[in-house]
Design a protein around this ligand. Structure first.
Ligand SMILES: Nc1ncnc2c1ncn2[C@@H]1O[C@H](COP(=O)(O)OP(=O)(O)OP(=O)(O)O)[C@@H](O)[C@H]1O
Length: 525
C-alpha cells in the first residue's frame, strides 16, 4: 500500500532537484516495507498451503463417508467413474480454489481499503475518476464468470464420462479381450476424450477473449488516468487502486465459480440416504424372519414391481430354499433382507421388529450374506474373512474357514492366511466363494443368506459346507439354489413366481402336489 507513495516521493525528489535526505529516507522505507511485505506474503502463502492440504483431506473423507452411506439405488443411478472423479478431482480443485482465493481475497481486501483511504487523503477527485473503472470491470467479470462456470461444469461432467468409459473397460478387460473389442473400447474412450477436448478448447477461447478485454480496459483506463495526472500534476501513487479492485472483483467472481463447481460435491455431502436404521440391538436374537405383504419395485423401474403381495416366514434354525424361474425375484428378496433397498409396501420383520429398526452394525453382524459373485478385496485372506470385524482373532477366522471348507487350500499357500489376494487375481472362483462363505460365517450370524453359493463349488465342497452349516446351533438359512442336493435337503421350500410365493412345503409335499414346483423340477433339475 505504502510502497507506491514512497516511489512517488523518489520521483518527486528527482524531478524537483535531488535532495539526498529525502531520497535516501524514501529508499529506506521502500526497502523496509518491501521486506515486511515479502515476509508477510511468504508466511501467508505457506500457511494457506498447509490449510489447503488438510482441508482437501477432510473434504475427501467427508465425501467418502457420505457416499459409503448411500443406498444401493443411488449407486445404480450414478456411474462409478463420476463418483471417483468427484472424489479425486473435484474435491482437490475445490480445496485449492477456495483456500487460495480466500488467501488472495483477504490480502486484496485489506490492500483495497488501505489504498482507497490513502488515495482519498491525496485527491478525492482523482480517486473518483479511478473508481469509475470499477463498473466496467464488474460487468466484464460477471459476463465471463457466468459463461465460464457453465463451461467448467460441462468439462467436469465430460471428464467424468471419459473416466467412466475407461473404468468400465478396465474392470471388464477379460470380456473386452475375449470378444476382441479393444479397438471398439478405445474408440468409445476417444469419443469421450474428444468431447472433453472440444469443451476445453471452447473454454480456453472464452478465457482468451476475457483476458484481451481485461487488457484493453486496463490500457484505456491507464491512458485516461495518466492524462488527468499530467494535466493536474497529481501524484502518480494513485495507480495501484484499479489493479487491486480488479483483483478483488476477479477473485469474487472466481470464488463464486469455484463454489458453483463444488455444487456436486456438496450435493453428495448433503444427500440423506433413503434407508436410515434404528437403535435396536437385543442381546438374544432368535432369527425369526417374516416377509409380510411386500411390494417392491427397483428405483430405476418404479412402475414394474418385482414383488407384489409377497409373504414368507423363515423359522429359526431352519433351512428354507427359494426356487423359481430366472428373474423371478429371488435375489431381490435377499437384497431386501439385507436392507439394501426398502419395500414400497409391507415389512420385513426380524423377531417381530421391522429390520430397519435394528442398529445398522448389529443387523449386519446378525444377518450375513454370501452373494452370487463373491467380492474379494485387495488385502490378506485373513483380512478378507475378518472384513469389518477389527477385533476378530485368527482362531475365529480359522474356525470359519474350516466350516467353509477353505482351511485346507489356505494352509497350503506359502503365507497361509496372510497371503495377499487381489480384487481379481490370486484365487480361483471356487476358492473365492469359500473365502466369502467363511466371511459370512465368522460373524456367527443368526440369519444366513446364501445366494447361489454352490454355483462354483464342487460336489464335495457343497456337501461339506452344507453339513457344517446344519451342525450345532445352526442359524436361520435362506438358500437360493438351483442344485438338486441343496433344495432337496431344505426343511422348507418356497416357489416364487409373478412376484409372490406360488407354493410352499417340503420337497415330498410339493412333488406330490404336482404344481409349479413339480413343473420347475422337471424343467430345471
Ligand atoms: N438393480 C436392478 N434394477 C432394476 N431391475 C432389477 C435390478 N436387479 C434385478 N432387477 C430385475 O428384477 C427382476 C428380478 O431379479 P432377481 O435378480 O431378483 O431375480 P432372480 O430370481 O434372483 O434371478 P436369477 O435366478 O437369474 O438370479 C428381474 O426382472 C431383473 O431384471
Amino acid at each position: 500500500m505504502l510502497i507506491p507513495i514512497y516511489t512517488g516521493r523518489v520521483i518527486d525528489s528527482l524531478r524537483t532537484g535531488y535532495q539526498e535526505r529525502e531520497f535516501l529516507s524514501a529508499i529506506v522505507f521502500i526497502s523496509v516495507y518491501s521486506l515486511g511485505s515479502s515476509l508477510g506474503a511468504g508466511c501467508r502463502g505457506g500457511l494457506f498451503m498447509c490449510v489447503i492440504g488438510s482441508f482437501t483431506r477432510r473434504v475427501k473423507l467427508a465425501l467418502f463417508g457420505a457416499l459409503a452411506n448411500q443406498d444401493i439405488g443411488f449407486f445404480e443411478s450414478v456411474k462409478t467413474g463420476e463418483l471417483t472423479t468427484r472424489l479425486s478431482e473435484d474435491t482437490t480443485r475445490m480445496g485449492r480454489t477456495v483456500a487460495l482465493n480466500i488467501n488472495v481475497l483477504l490480502r486484496t481486501l485489506i490492500l483495497t481499503l488501505g489504498t482507497v483511504g490513502l488515495m482519498v487523503s491525496l485527491s478525492w477527485s482523482l480517486t473518483l475518476l479511478v473508481l469509475l473503472e470499477t463498473p466496467v470491470t464488474g460487468l466484464i467479470e460477471r459476463l465471463y464468470h457466468s459463461y465460464h462456470q457453465r463451461l467448467t461444469e460441462e468439462v467436469r461432467d465430460s471428464v467424468a464420462r471419459a473416466n467412466a468409459a475407461a473404468n468400465e473397460a478396465v474392470s471388464g478387460v477379460w470380456l473386452v479381450r475375449s470378444f476382441h473389442a479393444e479397438a471398439g473400447e478405445a474408440r468409445r474412450y476417444d469419443d469421450r476424450l474428444m468431447d472433453t477436448h472440444r469443451l476445453k478448447t471452447l473454454r480456453d477461447r472464452v478465457r482468451a477473449a476475457y483476458l484481451l478485454a481485461r487488457r484493453v480496459r486496463g490500457g484505456v483506463c491507464l491512458c485516461v488516468c495518466v492524462c488527468v495526472c499530467v494535466s493536474s500534476s497529481t501524484h502518480p501513487g494513485l495507480r495501484p487502486l484499479p489493479s487491486v479492485l480488479q483483483t478483488l472483483i476477479s477473485i469474487f467472481g472466481d470464488m463464486l465459480s469455484s463454489v458453483g463447481a463444488s455444487k456436486k460435491v456438496f450435493e453428495y455431502l448433503d444427500r440423506t440416504p433413503q434407508c436410515t436404521m434404528g437403535t435396536l440391538a437385543p442381546e438374544q436374537l432368535r432369527g425369526h424372519v417374516t416377509f409380510s405383504d411386500l411390494r417392491f419395485a427397483y428405483p430405476s423401474q418404479p412402475d414394474s414391481p418385482v414383488l407384489q403381495g409377497f409373504n414368507l416366514v423363515l423359522k429359526p434354525g431352519t433351512l428354507t430354499a427359494l426356487v423359481g424361474v430366472s428373474g423371478g425375484g429371488k435375489t431381490t428378496c435377499a437384497s431386501l433382507l439385507q436392507t439394501l433397498y426398502r419395500p414400497q409396501h409391507g415389512a420385513i420383520l426380524l423377531d417381530g421388529h421391522p429390520i430397519c429398526s435394528y442398529q445398522h452394525h448389529y443387523l449386519h453382524r446378525k444377518v450375513s450374506v454370501v452373494t452370487q459373485e463373491p467380492v474379494i478385496f485387495s488385502r490378506s485372506i485373513r483380512d478378507n474373512i475378518a472384513y469389518g470385524l477389527p477385533d476378530c482373532s485368527l482362531d475365529d477366522v480359522q474356525q470359519a474357514a474350516k466350516k467353509a471348507n477353505a482351511h485346507n487350500f489356505i494352509s497350503q499357500l506359502e503365507k497361509g492366511y496372510d497371503t495377499e489376494v487381489g480384487e481379481r487375481g490370486g484365487l480361483s472362483k471356487s476358492e473365492k466363494q469359500r473365502v466369502a462363505i467363511a466371511r459370512a460365517l465368522v460373524r456367527r450370524p443368526q440369519v444366513l443368506i446364501l445366494d447361489e453359493f454352490t454355483s462354483s463349488l464342487d460336489a464335495d465342497s457343497e456337501v461339506k459346507v452344507l453339513q457344517a452349516l446344519s451342525s450345532g446351533s445352526a442359524p436361520t438359512r435362506l438358500v437360493i439354489a438351483h442344485r438338486l442336493k441343496t433344495v432337496e435337503e431344505a426343511d422348507h421350500i418356497a416357489v416364487i413366481g409373478q412376484g409372490r410365493v406360488l407354493e410352499q412345503g417340503s420337497h415330498r409335499e410339493l412333488m406330490e402336489a404336482r404344481g409349479s414346483y413339480y413343473q420347475l423340477w422337471e424343467k430345471l433339475f
